[in-house]
Design a protein around this ligand. Structure first.
Ligand code: ZN
Ligand code: ZN
Length: 308
């Protein structure tokens, strides 16, 4: 059996470069694939491998003075959803594009998935803010959540003005696993939000899905940064599809990369339009790939729009 894990921990890591070397060697020896980012402020990773190898990785983390007791999120998978392994020491575990500009220790209180669910049931007067990227919201999100105005998380700092309309409301932020909220809420506070009004969803969509996926308030699928692209949250026949084919606007949530090698845009397309537009995002790109040298080679795994 294979597993995929998603995790982060905000903690002090004295020597990210040394930790990078140790974790790279460990993951290579366990044949794990995926991505780990390590900074002085913590670790953020997503890995896939055989269950027993993942267990060894988790055991390593738990013997580590700085990164023990991580709240790992596990997902059983039929195959490893990554082709490569990348372990990197970086200035930030998630790029905010605002390193040093905000007090990143000034983070919002966590709210449990149970309380958040209860608030939905109670029709609590709250605003739910998605701290992910716009294209992630497009195929799945919490009911009535606000579509993020940014394509990349690092652009949040340029969009704080947009969020000010919610600063006197009770606000709950969410993201996939929680780490982007840790780095977003300090920016909201800097923009004028009051600490008593803001909560961040503990464990994000992934944790909520484990308990409330089938009868909860998350609609559509959860975008993930690996070969699966999106994973179901509601696994019953009642699951709804959120999203629209970018060509014909029918309901659809299949993301594809444009076959024009230069464009490579990530977009939603239904099967019929995918065929009609030869796998491209537009007539323009379809005309361009009339020249076969402009077609993205199929054998090369195309990186999706990553949250760099
Ligand atoms: Zn279509
Ligand atoms: Zn295109």
């Amino acid at each position: 059996m294979y597993q995929a894990i998603l995790y982060y921990k905000i903690c002090s890591i004295a020597n990210p470069q040394a930790e990078e070397a140790v974790q790279l060697k460990l993951c290579q020896s366990l044949n794990l694939k995926g991505r780990i980012l390590i900074s002085k402020d913590g670790i953020n990773g997503t890995l896939g491998g055989r269950s027993e190898d993942i267990a060894q990785y988790v055991a390593y983390c738990n013997t580590h003075a700085e990164i023990s007791d991580i709240d790992f999120k596990f997902d059983g998978v039929v195959s490893v959803p990554f082709t490569k392994l990348r372990v990197r020491a970086r200035p930030e575990t998630v790029a905010t594009g605002a390193l040093g500009q905000y007090d990143m220790t000034n983070r919002a209180r966590h709210i449990s998935i149970d309380t958040f669910h209860q608030w939905f049931l109670n029709k609590e007067d709250m605003v739910v803010l998605d701290m992910r990227n716009d294209y992630e919201w497009d195929i799945g999100r919490f009911k009535n959540s606000v579509r993020p105005p940014m394509k990349y998380f690092r652009d949040l700092k340029e969009n704080l003005e947009f969020y000010k309309q919610y600063q006197d409301k009770k606000v709950v932020t969410f993201c996939t696993g929680g780490i982007r909220c840790e780095l977003a809420t300090p920016q909201l506070f800097a923009a004028g939000f009051k600490p008593e009004n803001v909560y961040q969803l503990d464990g994000g969509i992934i944790k909520y899905a484990q308990t409330y996926g089938n009868d909860g308030f998350f609609e559509g699928k959860c975008f993930v940064f690996d070969d699966r692209i999106a994973i179901p949250v509601n696994t019953t026949a009642q699951a709804v599809i959120i999203g629209q084919c970018s060509h014909c606007r029918t309901t659809n949530d299949i993301y594809r990369n444009c076959r024009n090698a230069v464009c490579n845009k990530l977009f939603i397309a239904c099967d019929a339009c995918h065929a009609a537009f030869s796998g491209t995002c537009s007539e323009e790109c379809q005309n361009i790939i009339a020249d076969p040298s402009c077609i993205r080679p199929e054998r090369i795994k195309v990186p999706l729009h990553r949250n760099k």
